[in-house]
Design a protein. Structure first.
Length: 163
């Protein structure tokens, strides 16, 4: 695909609780989409209705009563908060896809908190993944507007230089 010189650069600034999709054309910066995930601020106990399952160890302890075993809660990779974050990453990817259809950008820059950046990367469709020219594992969501504009302009300049 040929890269147009006048095509905007899309910059996604996100974390697990909020995301903004910016379109940068020259010095102009426009917010294409703004998403919020209020469930990301909740605790696991608020996102599900019961306690985690319990597991009993089979071997008796080295010291202690005979037949007494220890038990603990089962953890896991699929915590409710992670499931909410995965769902939000898919929503952000859908918003970026919609911005691509309307603005026809050729380059995509992802800026997200480290863990969420991986979720976002996995959620992007193949066509969008091919347009990613830079990734920053930084949390820029809560930066003041002036600092954010400077950092996005720098990221966009770097993205424009790449073939």
């Amino acid at each position: 695909m040929a890269v147009r010189a006048d095509a905007p650069v899309c910059v996604v600034v996100a974390d697990q609780s909020e995301a903004r999709v910016y379109l940068l054309r020259g010095a102009a910066i426009r917010v294409a989409a703004s998403l919020e995930n209020t469930a990301a601020r909740l605790h696991d106990r608020d996102l599900k209705s019961d306690r985690p399952g319990r597991v009993y160890d089979r071997a008796p302890p080295a010291r202690g009563r005979r037949g007494a075993g220890t038990h603990h809660a089962t953890g896991g990779e699929r915590t409710p908060r992670r499931q909410v974050a995965d769902r939000f990453a898919r929503d952000v990817a859908a918003a970026v896809s919609a911005a691509r259809r309307s603005a026809r950008f050729d380059r995509l820059v992802l800026v997200a908190a480290p863990r969420f950046l991986g979720m976002l990367r996995r959620s992007l469709p193949g066509a969008l993944r091919a347009q990613v020219v830079a990734e920053y594992a930084k949390d820029w969501v809560n930066l003041p507007t002036a600092k954010l504009r400077v950092r996005m302009a720098t990221a966009a300049r770097r993205a424009r230089r790449q073939p």
